[in-house]
Design a protein around this ligand. Structure first.
Ligand code: NIG
Ligand code: FE
Length: 461
């Protein structure tokens, strides 16, 4: 018999949701690792009680007993499946300009790394983004947040990293703060800002405008400003909760990332890494040693790194949109889980390596490309993604947790990861209230914006 759970509190129920064909959730706060990533609680014919924006009770509808009097409101969902709100633990949603020329060049077989070495790619987005003010950056990003939300993301991490100087990185963080306030005002997604130390400065006079070598003066000066000004200012102004570093041949070395991490920690910020996207140069070992919240990408991770992650508290975050868009080998999701690691999945929404505007679709890609089971994908996009952001109050539907959940177009939760090219999410609920979708559709850049009164074709079945 299916178990019912209650807080035992005699507070009045604000809302009772019934007519739920299946309510699906992971149970328990810590990250799920290894085999336990496949364990989900599936409650057929369920009910969900909400009080003060939190889950009050969840269980089979027949077991519901009113606490503190009859619910203030009841809603029959008509046989839809319900899952926890998704958590997107890795996005670069704030940018200006576009990378359509890069896409065209890559289609003609120029690689992402070649474009970057020639001064394009991320560097071209740094040029366009650093020219904008916070309000404009927030305006450009708002429909992208709307798209992620519509696809089921109720908590979204947003990184800076296209600033390239202290002032421009702080401008990006201010834009994220504006977006976050706007979301709060419209009862939308919760945003978490991360300061990303993305690339060293470009070499000044060279035929090859990639990053100067680590011992160069300009690079040392840039790093000194990151540690002496940028990180302390972001922490002092509470503009970010974590610092991320891109460790890669064309970006930062392990030793440099270690120095950035030491500063971040001394300022009370959590740390995380972009690592092993193209080459394995020691980022995973550093992440584990430093107790990073997560290490993200991992397309090039080897067996030793997989073992190290499996024996650590650091979450391995997979970004399958990147593998799809850049044609990279998929990160070893199956091997990570089989070794005992805790895996999360995110969109990595950004203009260059992952123009993926759907968090639900990222989970579907993780099944198809990284070898996750359907159950593991849901855990990776909910409870484990919450842990990758250091959060334990969401990502599952249990008494006391924030009542963020999705009502699907389907009576079977598996449609969340099955459907491609249409939105499996019928309604997004945040803190026990239905999100009112009044944002524009996402566009990669302004010139393709579509107005909000465009009809939305969302029915799946
Ligand atoms: O997560 N790897 C580096 N940073 C981003 C890419 C950003 C871009 O191409 O603009 C990433 O893939
Ligand atoms: Fe990224």
């Amino acid at each position: 018999m299916t178990r019912a759970i209650t807080t035992g509190l005699a507070t009045r129920t604000d809302l009772l949701l019934t007519g739920i064909s299946q309510l699906v959730t992971a149970e328990g706060a810590p990250a799920r690792r290894g085999q336990r990533m496949g364990e989900l609680r599936v409650i057929p014919d369920a009910a969900l009680a909400i009080s003060a924006g939190r889950v009050q009770w969840v269980g089979p509808a027949r077991d519901w007993l009113p606490v503190g009097g009859a619910p203030a409101r009841e809603l029959d969902l008509g046989g839809a499946a319900v899952v926890p709100g998704l958590i997107d633990p890795h996005t670069h949603t704030v940018w200006a300009g576009d990378r359509l020329a890069d896409f065209e060049a890559r289609a003609a077989k120029t690689s992402y790394e070649e474009i970057l070495r020639a001064g394009g790619g991320i560097r071209s987005t740094i040029r366009s983004t650093s020219a904008e003010m916070p309000r404009e950056l927030a305006r450009l990003a708002a429909p992208r947040i709307g798209a992620l939300l519509r696809s089921g993301a109720t908590t979204i991490e947003v990184k800076s990293g296209y600033g390239g100087s202290t002032v421009a990185e702080l401008t990006m963080l201010e834009a994220i703060s504006l977006l976050s306030a706007e979301q709060r005002a419209h009862h939308g997604a919760r945003l978490l800002a991360t300061l990303l130390i993305h690339l060293p400065p470009p070499a000044r006079s060279s035929t090859r405008p990639s990053a100067p070598p680590p011992e160069s003066r300009s690079r040392q000066q840039f790093l000194a400003r990151v540690c002496g000004e940028l990180i302390p200012a972001a922490a002092r102004r509470s503009l970010a909760s974590a610092v991320d570093v891109f460790v890669e041949r064309e970006a930062w070395t392990v030793a440099e990332a270690e120095r950035i991490f030491a500063t971040a920690r001394s300022c009370g910020l959590a740390v995380k890494l972009h690592s092993d996207q193209f080459h394995s140069i020691g980022g995973v070992t550093l992440a584990v040693r430093a107790g990073a919240l997560s290490v993200d990408h991992l397309e090039a991770a080897d067996e030793e790194e997989i073992r190290a992650l499996a024996h650590s508290q650091t979450i391995a975050t997979l970004l399958p949109g990147v593998s799809l868009h850049l044609g990279l080998p998929a990160a070893p999701g199956r091997r990570l889980i089989d070794a005992g690691a805790a895996v999360a999945v995110g969109t990595d929404l950004n203009p260059g390596s992952s123009p993926l505007f759907s968090t639900a679709a990222a989970l579907g890609l993780a099944v198809r490309m990284n070898g996750l089971t359907l159950q593991e994908a849901l855990v990776a996009g909910t409870v484990n993604a919450a842990c990758a952001l250091g959060l334990s109050d969401r990502g599952r539907l249990e008494p006391g947790c924030i009542a963020d959940f999705l009502v699907l177009h389907s009576s079977d939760w598996r449609d969340l990861v099955y459907v491609m090219g249409a939105n499996p999410v019928a309604a997004v609920w945040i803190q026990g209230r239905r999100w009112k979708d009044d944002t524009r559709r996402a566009s990669t850049s302004e010139h393709v914006g579509i107005s909000s009164d465009e009809p939305q074709a969302e029915t799946v079945r």
